[in-house]
Design a protein. Structure first.
Length: 300
């Protein structure tokens, strides 16, 4: 493991602990009505995952000199949206997965109906968390709400999932595959970076905002390419989901189009572009730099 990967993991662990504590407070207690729904929401959000997206919120906020206390709400909001998307992606009508983060998927543990409702309730909760953070200026809360909403919609995760479903069994061109992943995976990663920037005081339209947006786009693609590689090279016990599941379903992937070596090289190219976008930032952006290298090298 490289020094940057170690630094990124240490940063993510600190952010994960902070985010986990905040999420525990924000999620409805499992003892309140409707108990089964609240239990499913907590099951899907707490106690698992790398918390990369909250880490990116905190890293981007730190890069522009933001107050860590004001980054917790957007960090939690983006992670709640991520959890909702995984619940719905795992459903039989979508990717039909039985395992997520090393444990049964939400619909396997609670049934399909409760899983759908848990995803719906989590999506609503994410926006409630954002608008309720009154220590942030109203303009910042509106901007973050719009960023997150766009990342969820038809030119974000939902659109990417629709393209993904239509692409099963087909051979996509590289530009088509990239567009799909800019929507399905990259949009929320970019949103996490931009929400951290806004919460940290970087106004939309400023140079720092544009540079961080470019960074988010590039690491979103690097992350997905590495994910595709891990589906081929990883072990189920390490990656937390069945190895080879993409190939088994006939899903288009970077290795299927480019091969393993060229895919790995492309991930490095996107990482390098992300780092170039941070050229105008000082050492406060070092966590972002470390995270860019981490997503390109990670083992899970």
């Amino acid at each position: 493991m490289t020094r940057d990967s170690k630094a990124a993991l240490a940063f993510l662990e600190a952010c994960a602990a902070r985010t986990e504590a905040a999420l525990c407070r924000l999620l409805p207690p499992p003892s309140t009505l409707p108990e089964r729904l609240h239990e499913a929401m907590r099951y899907s959000v707490l106690g698992g995952g790398k918390r990369l997206r909250p880490g990116l919120v905190h890293a981007a906020g730190a890069a522009v000199g933001g107050d860590p206390e004001l980054l917790d709400a957007p960090a939690c909001a983006v992670e709640i949206i991520h959890a909702y998307s995984l619940i719905h992606d795992d459903l039989p009508a979508m990717d039909d997965d039985d395992l997520r983060r090393g444990k049964p998927t939400c619909h396997k543990a609670f049934g399909e109906a409760i899983a759908i409702l848990a995803g719906d309730a989590l999506q609503a909760l994410a926006f409630e968390v954002l608008v309720a953070e009154e220590r942030l200026p109203a303009a910042a809360r509106v901007a973050m709400t719009r960023i997150l909403a766009e990342a969820c919609g038809s030119v974000g995760m939902a659109g990417g999932q629709a393209i993904d479903l239509e692409a099963v069994g087909r051979t996509l061109t590289l530009p088509e595959l990239e567009r799909m992943h800019r929507y399905k995976t990259g949009a929320l990663i970019r949103a996490a970076v931009l929400m951290g920037a806004v919460a940290g005081g970087c106004a939309q339209g400023e140079g720092c905002y544009r540079a961080l947006g470019a960074y988010g786009e590039e690491i979103g693609l690097a992350f997905q390419i590495r994910d595709d590689l891990l589906d081929v090279l990883g072990e189920t016990a390490v990656i937390g989901k069945p190895q080879g599941s993409d190939a088994a379903r006939g899903k288009p992937t970077y290795p299927a189009i480019l091969g393993l070596e060229a895919s790995a090289a492309l991930a490095v190219t996107h990482c390098d572009r992300a780092l170039e976008s941070l050229a105008g930032f000082d050492e406060r952006a070092d966590p972002l730099r470390a995270l860019a290298r981490y997503v390109t090298e990670r083992a899970s």
